[in-house]
Design a protein. Structure first.
Length: 290
């Protein structure tokens, strides 16, 4: 019961924080004159709360026409979430696969691989996305074959290449985390015992170590998915994707901005809360393992 109350409190405080952030532009209106416009800020917060309570009454202008916000906001919202979660799943699986292969390498070679990925992690996301687009263009010029669409046209939705680009840096981040987890697990007593009775290292890693590693990786990946959200904003502009961040940018209204942030936050919060509950229930009998 206490955990449910704690979950509800964390969810409520997070939503309140997002709402308070949503009204900040109104507060900063008079910043050039050296003052903060608290009156406009409070009025903006009132409008945001009122909008959340009356979602069906919210409207926005598009090409000179007044349109209802719902259900028009749902399509870009779902589009962005599909790209985000597919990229996250791909990054998680690939990073685990790479880390398992790396941990089975000889020590000196393993250190070189880790150093290589450490260097890659410092590469800016904008550079990675642009480089991938240029690579596709180069392949088209050389072969005449378009391996993937590098930009969406009008209302077209593209998935494969944006998911690939969005997953690159998170894969590198999760690889580093996975390596730390795997190397820590390999040093534990149960692994040493298994090695002493003649079990092969690859068997131990795949059957025992990996099972514990992916659980730890799930809890350590929270920062990564929030990092991916910031990259998603850049990605949607570079690929001309009609996702939620583009929708939010085209209609700079505190209510729309706040709802867009909530639409991204709530699914992620549910994912981790549900995942944490399932793991605690089935693996540790309800004890916290985060």
């Amino acid at each position: 019961m206490n955990k449910i109350v704690d979950l509800v409190i964390r969810f409520a405080l997070s939503c309140i924080g997002i709402i308070l952030v949503g009204g900040l532009p109104s507060l900063l209106i008079g910043l050039n004159s050296g003052t903060l416009d608290w009156g406009s800020y409070l009025l903006s917060l009132k409008e945001i709360f009122n909008g959340i309570l009356h979602l069906q009454q919210l409207t926005y202008f598009h090409n000179g026409n007044l349109l209802p916000l719902f259900p028009n906001i749902i399509s870009p919202m779902v589009y962005s979430l599909i790209v985000l979660f597919c990229a996250f799943i791909a990054a998680s699986l690939i990073s685990l696969l790479l880390s398992v292969c790396t941990v089975l390498l000889p020590y000196r070679l393993r250190q070189k691989v880790k150093f290589f990925f450490f260097m890659l992690e410092s590469v800016p996301d904008l550079f990675v996305i642009t480089l991938c687009q240029l690579l596709v263009i180069l392949i088209v010029k050389k072969t005449g074959f378009l391996i993937a669409d590098i930009a969406a046209m009008d209302q077209e939705k593209i998935y494969l290449f944006p998911i690939f680009c969005l997953a690159i840096l998170p894969t590198i981040q999760l690889f580093r985390i996975s390596m730390i987890i795997l190397e820590e697990e390999i040093g534990k007593d149960y692994v040493l015992l298994a090695r002493s009775i003649g079990l092969r290292k690859s068997f131990i890693v795949l059957i025992y170590v990996l099972r514990n590693a992916w659980i730890s990786l799930f809890f350590q990946s929270k920062k990564t998915i929030w990092f991916m959200l910031s990259n998603l904003f850049v990605l949607e502009y570079l690929f001309n994707m009609q996702g939620i961040t583009i929708f939010m940018g085209n209609h700079m209204d505190p209510k729309i901005f706040t709802l867009a942030l909530l639409s991204l936050f709530i699914p992620i919060f549910i994912l981790y809360s549900l995942g944490e509950w399932i793991l605690q229930k089935k693996i540790t009998g309800g004890e916290s393992i985060s």
